[in-house]
Design a protein around this ligand. Structure first.
Ligand SMILES: NC(=O)c1ccc[n+]([C@@H]2O[C@H](COP(=O)([O-])OP(=O)(O)OC[C@H]3O[C@@H](n4cnc5c(N)ncnc54)[C@H](O)[C@@H]3O)[C@@H](O)[C@H]2O)c1
Length: 528
């Protein structure tokens, strides 16, 4: 069972305040389901009820539960009626320990009396009727706590004690890596407390502006927008935000235009920084906006997935998708600073985390034998999202990527091709399986094994290194063999179509040892 805590119960039983207190004391992140819906719809709950009705709101709740069901290390403060739906009840039970916060009706009435943002409550009679109707629906909880005469912190302590939760978060500043490119020099702050890391960045940037614009999505916004906005306010910078829908399918020109509309309507000038808060999708889209809006404005990347921290946020590639292909439109535009807070990686779903680990393994194979060993030795801690180890990993990866980018900023000298290890065959696998059978990371994992096998076959790598590479990749739950529906002939056929082939030759990164790779022009037929 995941160690999430799910707070359910009638309105006015204190789910949000208790949730916030538990989060503060345990280092977990609070996710209020009502906040998520308000951010997604850009309206307060009351208005959603008034304009679209309860049925629509319940539909949004259902979609939201599906979206958050695999997150980790969170405290979920649910809306009172979310458990009316059977599927929601099942999914919430699977997500973690469900705690029913209860209170006496008279106390609830008192607490709700002055709350105008309660859609279903208008009078005392209605409160008691709904209270009666909902009796019993919270009984699937693992634990029941009455909050009637207790202080918030007392309730939080009781829950923490009963569940024996340990605070695994450590606030530390790990490293600052300076990236020096021809276009820009900028620092990458790596730490494990978003507030501390943002503070460092604020001091460095000397922002001479009254406003900053945060671009994020409903999920990341619900989890992390507030701490970022709090820091900005501390520096007398007024944050405004725009929420973009979550997912690769929204990395489009249409969304970019909606962001331009927002910026222009708010008369945003080019010295007001755009802050990309999210994974690679948000980073690419916000980066593209920043590079084109008024011919380029300040850009701060706050990457929140492991992939974005070790790869997408570093190096200045921005992009959006076109119906004819991914990342078909884009710019090279370096950020003014990057804030990589490894503590945020604790909430990533297992699938997203694993997906990004393929890129981390890649860095170990191509350039960093110590990183490779660390990944071999510390698998358990990595899966436990130990912030210290994650800090070490992200620092090593950023170091490698930034050096490569410094040498070949615009991908013109062929050096950046080093980062393509595993991607040539990985990309073929993604195409042949219609982007539906594997995540990008899984396809790259198989690609790395296949490309390594070819290095062994051509006598450039020892068999034992292939075994280590395959062993490491599969120990992270990533696939290492081609799927049954793809044969070697399919790969050969697809590779012959690769745009990188010139006169029958292709330039590829070939591993010649763990942590050592050379770029070589190889005869395509030989490589196959
Ligand atoms: N610019 C580059 O150099 C570069 C390099 C590699 C990849 N990319 C791009 O990056 C994108 C993929 O990025 P991604 O893998 O980060 O996917 P993503 O941005 O779609 O994020 C994956 C999911 O994780 C959620 N999420 C983000 N942070 C979270 C957190 N801290 N806790 C819980 N959930 C969180 C997101 O809401 C999303 O649902 C692709 O579009 C790819 O083209 C760009």
């Amino acid at each position: 069972m995941s160690d999430n805590i799910i707070l359910i119960g009638f309105m006015g039983t204190g789910k949000d305040v208790v949730g916030r207190e538990i989060a503060k004391k345990t280092g977990k992140i609070l996710l209020s389901t009502d906040d998520y819906i308000e951010l997604k719809e850009n309206k307060i709950i009351n208005k959603i009820f008034q304009e679209s009705g309860e049925e629509y709101f319940r539909k949004l709740e259902k979609e939201m539960v599906l979206k958050i069901k695999d997150l980790k290390n969170i405290v979920v403060a649910t809306g009172g009626g979310i458990v009316l739906d059977e599927q929601n009840r099942t999914l919430l039970s699977q997500m973690g320990t469900v705690i029913h916060l209860d209170a006496n009706l008279d106390i609830i009435e008192k607490r709700l009396k002055h709350d105008i943002n309660r859609p279903l409550i208008w009078d005392k009679e209605k409160i008691s009727r709904i209270f009666e109707e909902r009796k019993g629906i919270y009984d699937f909880s693992d634990l029941k706590v009455n909050t009637s005469d207790k202080e918030t912190s007392e309730v939080a302590d009781e829950i923490i004690q009963k569940l024996q939760i340990k605070n695994k978060s450590v606030a530390m500043s790990f490293n600052t890596i300076d990236v020096k490119t021809e276009l820009k020099e900028y620092p990458v702050y790596i730490g494990s407390n978003i507030a501390t890391s943002c503070e460092d960045a604020m001091k460095f940037l000397h922002l001479n502006t009254a406003r900053a614009i945060v671009i994020t999505n409903p999920l990341v916004g619900t989890l992390y927008l507030q701490p970022v906005e709090d820091i900005l306010k501390k520096y007398k910078i007024n944050p405004i935000h725009i929420i973009v829908p979550d997912g690769e399918k929204y990395k489009t020109l249409d969304q970019v235009c909606q962001v331009y509309d927002f910026l222009l309507e708010n008369e945003v000038s080019r010295n007001e920084p755009i802050i990309a808060l999210g994974g690679g999708v948000i980073g690419d889209l916000a980066g593209f906006v920043a590079s084109t809006y008024k011919r380029g404005c300040l850009l701060i990347q706050i990457p929140t997935t492991l992939l974005a921290q070790v790869d997408a946020a570093i190096g200045g590639k921005t992009g959006i998708d076109h119906k004819l292909g991914k990342n078909m439109v884009g710019t090279f535009y370096q950020p003014d600073s990057v804030i990589a807070d490894v503590a945020v990686l604790r909430t990533l779903s297992e699938k997203e985390f694993r997906n990004s680990l393929a890129e981390v393994v890649k860095y170990g194979i191509i350039k960093d034998q110590k990183l490779f060993s660390l990944l071999e030795k510390e698998r358990e801690k990595i899966f436990d999202r130990d912030t210290y180890i994650l800090g070490e990993i992200v620092s090593r990866c950023v170091q490698i990527k930034s050096k490569i980018v410094e040498e070949d900023e615009r991908e013109e000298k062929g050096i950046r091709e080093m980062l393509n290890f595993g991607h040539t065959i990985g990309h073929i696998i993604e195409t042949l399986t219609d982007y539906s059978q594997y995540t990008h990371g899984e396809a790259v994992a198989i690609g790395m094994v296949e490309e390594t096998k070819r290095a062994v076959r051509s006598g450039q790598l020892a068999e034992k290194d292939l075994e280590s590479i395959t062993g490491l990749i599969s120990s992270y739950g990533l696939p290492v063999t081609l799927p049954g529906n793809i044969g070697l002939d399919d790969i050969k056929r697809a590779l012959r179509q690769d745009k990188k082939i010139r006169h029958g030759k292709i330039r590829l990164p070939i591993p010649v040892g763990i942590g050592k790779t050379v770029l070589k022009e190889v005869q395509c037929e030989k490589f196959l």
